[in-house]
Design a protein around this ligand. Structure first.
Ligand SMILES: C[S@@+](CC[C@H](N)C(=O)[O-])C[C@H]1O[C@@H](n2cnc3c(N)ncnc32)[C@H](O)[C@@H]1O
Length: 223
């Protein structure tokens, strides 16, 4: 590993220690761990260095080259950008990550530039204030472990309804009510909504109680 990559990992560990939540900040119980593993041709955070795993999570959502290649993706509350960086292995046309913490955005930008991932962009932003019209629509949207952290969950669901062109990959925080998520997504225009079980990638077993849902704008049975 080069000096630059050592430096990236040190900063990823630093930016993973806390994150913004509804009231104040959440501090990770696991110390000195990077929030989420991912791999690109040039830089990899391996599974044993991380709390969560982007490749495992993408696989759980059923994402593959067949449904990602050439498409656009948006990650709301993207942390260090691991999900989008991992997604580049499946050939998306472009990806935008939005995150409240400026230090997470900065390291995501530096790593993606180092890896030559010019199709990705990372921006600092507050999900409670985003303007859906200014964002436009994306084929694939990630809303992962953020619903309990925004001030206004209804506003988040409205935003998801507007910015999702086709597929939404949703993960609730622990204790999130699946029926409430389904009703909220239905109310903003999602036609097919599947609960696919709890996440299973967190190295802390007690954290694997985040419900995962895949929702689509199209009617059941359409491609
Ligand atoms: C539990 S982490 C989940 C990170 C990422 N979505 C994932 O699942 O890998 C929640 C993330 O959302 C960010 N966040 C919380 N509130 C936010 C807000 N109002 N606007 C943008 N990002 C926010 C946090 O800083 C943190 O990076």
């Amino acid at each position: 590993m080069t000096h630059i990559e050592d430096g990236f990992k040190e900063r990823l560990r630093g930016t993973s220690r806390t994150f913004r939540k509804k009231e104040g900040r959440h501090t990770l119980k696991s110390e000195d761990v990077i929030y989420c593993a991912f791999g690109t041709d040039r830089f990899t955070v391996s599974r044993n260095e991380a709390q969560r795993s982007a490749p495992e999570r993408l696989a759980r959502f059923g994402l593959s080259r067949a449904n990602v290649e050439g498409r656009s993706a948006l990650d709301l509350g993207c942390h260090n950008g691991a999900m989008l960086m991992e997604l580049t292995n499946l050939g998306p046309a472009r990806g935008l990550g939005i995150e409240y913490d400026a230090d997470k955005v900065a390291i995501a930008r530096e790593i993606s530039a180092y890896c030559g991932l010019n199709q990705l962009r990372f921006e600092q932003g507050d999900l409670d204030r985003l303007d859906a019209e200014a964002l436009g629509t994306f084929d694939i949207v990630f809303a992962l472990a953020i619903e309990a952290h925004v001030l206004d969950a209804d506003r988040l669901y409205t935003l998801l309804g507007k910015v999702t062109g086709d597929l939404l990959c949703f993960e609730g925080n622990g204790n999130c009510n699946v029926d409430t998520v389904k009703e909220s997504l239905q109310a903003v225009g999602f036609k097919t909504i599947h609960y696919i079980g709890f996440c299973d990638d967190d190295i802390v077993p007690a954290n694997n109680k985040r419900p995962m849902l895949v929702a689509r704008k199209t009617e059941p049975g359409s491609t």
